[in-house]
Design a protein around this ligand. Structure first.
Ligand code: IMP
Length: 499
């Protein structure tokens, strides 16, 4: 006989937080949102923590290298989409790791024998105005000079002119020595009114470039998520099919954390994938998605460093309609958290939980955290920003951004849904859509984080761990949902409905 769960499964919208005493010390300025990304033993520190509990979804329309840099700068992590070639995904990871928060590996490089035509073609291709001239034309070769648009006149100079005849030669350059701090580099930039400072080692080989504009960005972001080498931390999505080719390339590119991206993670395919990664590489790996205790324990016992929770709640997801599997996101999180806490009591190992999909309002994030999730993963939320890799279009007087599911025909990410049969699927599990354009990641995150911190103060908590301990959460009735919005008034046209 089938097993029945006759309690309805719940969504975040069916819950509210009840305030606790707010002490005078409990102010938004005192709230810290640091949270573990990967499992750790009681009393030890996790190998990777996030500075804000946000991750961006493993989706073509959300997480490329640009989003990864922007989100790491704010303290969160992106998992770069895996529904692309191994080489392309590894190149995106490499770009993020090369970004170096102020120290940039030069991406436009030529030799002195190249010509002005080569400089112009490279500029057109990369958009970079500064070209490093090195002996072998590589980013780490012996630096012989720099070319910027101040070094040539397109109208006068012959396109065949070799770079050696018009570059600013090394002898005339202001440069820094490897090991210099960002703040020392910035002093040189200011002192000499430079836009770009090359950093070279003792053999005159180029190490990095420091740009004035990057320094300004770096200074404004105290929460940025950095590894021991001061590179941004980045994740990548993998699947249970081609992991033996994909994982080695991602690890070689410097990825910090992998996650198996699947709509249903309670499978032997996931166990094999996690075990392969654990046996062969020193890299963190999350698994999922699951919605219950059994699925969670299966993945943890397989070796997963964190577990992703959620089936069918994503904004573009039609899995529940198509296949009839899934569970209300709040119920799924609550059950998995209970299993995690019990596992922690029994083993002393804390396994972080990611609530993935279905965040509609900012307060849903606070609820997910209060219910015991350690961080959330969002697609729709991030797709709305300038930094997402999709087109911004005008519809009437409004702007929208394109947003499509990984299970849609457009993404063709069948590995995410394949359960081991012949490749390819007969039906879609996601839609192709638009989301309202919302501006920059930074401005939206500031607002969302402001709301989360403020709610945490209402609940008397200054950390996520404390919120999880003290939160009081109530179910709401269908009628009180109406009471929760503006009601029984005539809204003025200028009233803004916010996230
Ligand atoms: P959102 O934050 O509500 O937009 O949900 C994003 C999540 O939806 C992702 O992290 C995935 O877990 C899931 N997802 C992405 N693409 C699809 C799809 O095509 N079908 C079903 N779920 C999807």
């Amino acid at each position: 006989m089938a097993t029945y769960y006759l309690e309805p499964s719940r969504t975040f919208s069916e819950f509210l937080l009840i305030p606790n005493l707010t002490t005078k010390e409990c102010t938004p300025a005192n709230v810290r949102l640091k949270t573990p990304l990967v499992k750790y033993k009681q009393g030890e520190a996790p190998a990777i923590s996030l500075n804000i509990p946000f991750s961006s979804a493993v989706m073509q329309a959300v997480s490329d290298d640009g989003m990864a840099i922007a989100l790491a700068r704010c303290g969160g992590i992106s998992f770069i989409f895996g529904s692309q070639s191994v080489a392309d995904q590894a190149a995106m990871v490499r770009k993020v790791k090369g970004y170096k928060a102020g120290f940039v590996v030069s991406r436009s490089n030529l030799t002195p024998e190249h010509t002005l035509a080569d400089v112009l073609a490279l500029k057109e291709q990369t958009g970079h105005a500064t070209v490093a001239v090195t002996e072998d034309g590589t980013a780490k070769g012996k630096l012989l000079g720099i070319v910027t648009s101040r070094d040539y006149r397109i109208s006068r100079d012959s396109q065949d002119k070799p770079i050696r005849d018009f570059m600013t030669p090394f002898a005339s350059l202001i440069y820094g020595q490897s090991g210099i701090t960002l703040s020392e580099a910035n002093d040189l930039i200011w002192e000499h009114k430079l836009n770009c400072l090359p950093i070279v080692d003792e053999r005159q080989c180029l190490d990095y470039l420091v740009f004035r504009k990057d320094y300004d960005a770096h200074k404004e972001n105290p929460l940025e998520l950095l590894d021991a080498n001061k590179s941004y931390i980045v994740g990548a999505g993998i699947n249970t099919k081609d992991y033996k080719e994909r994982v080695p390339a991602l690890v070689a590119a410097g990825v910090d954390a992998l996650v198996i991206d699947s709509s249903d993670g309670y499978s032997e395919w996931q166990r094999e994938t996690v075990q392969y990664v654990k046996e062969n590489f020193d890299v963190k790996i999350g698994a999922g998605n699951v919605v219950d205790r059994e699925g969670f324990l299966y993945l943890v016992e397989s070796g997963a460093d964190f577990v992703k929770v959620g089936i069918g709640g994503g904004s573009i997801c039609i899995t529940r309609e198509q296949k009839g599997i899934g569970r209300g996101q709040a119920s799924a999180v609550m059950e998995v958290v209970e299993a995690r806490d019990q596992y922690f009591k029994e083993t002393g190992i804390y396994v972080p939980i990611c609530s993935d999909g279905g965040i509609v309002h900012d307060y849903h994030i606070t609820l997910a955290l209060a219910m015991g999730a350690d961080f959330v993963m969002m697609g729709r939320y991030f797709a709305r920003f300038d930094e997402s890799p999709t087109r911004k279009l005008r519809v009437g007087n409004n702007f929208v951004k394109e947003f499509w599911g990984e299970g849609s025909n457009r993404a063709r990410n069948w590995q995410r849904y394949d359960t081991g049969g012949k490749s390819g699927l007969l039906f879609e599990e996601g839609v192709d859509s638009y989301v309202p354009y919302a501006g920059t990641l930074q401005e939206n995150l500031d607002k969302t984080i402001g709301k989360i911190k403020s709610t945490m103060c209402n609940c008397g908590a200054t950390s996520i761990e404390e919120l999880q301990r003290v939160a009081r959460i109530t179910l709401v009735s269908a009628t009180s949902l109406v009471e929760g919005g503006a009601h029984d008034v005539i809204l003025k046209e200028s009233s803004l409905s916010e996230e």
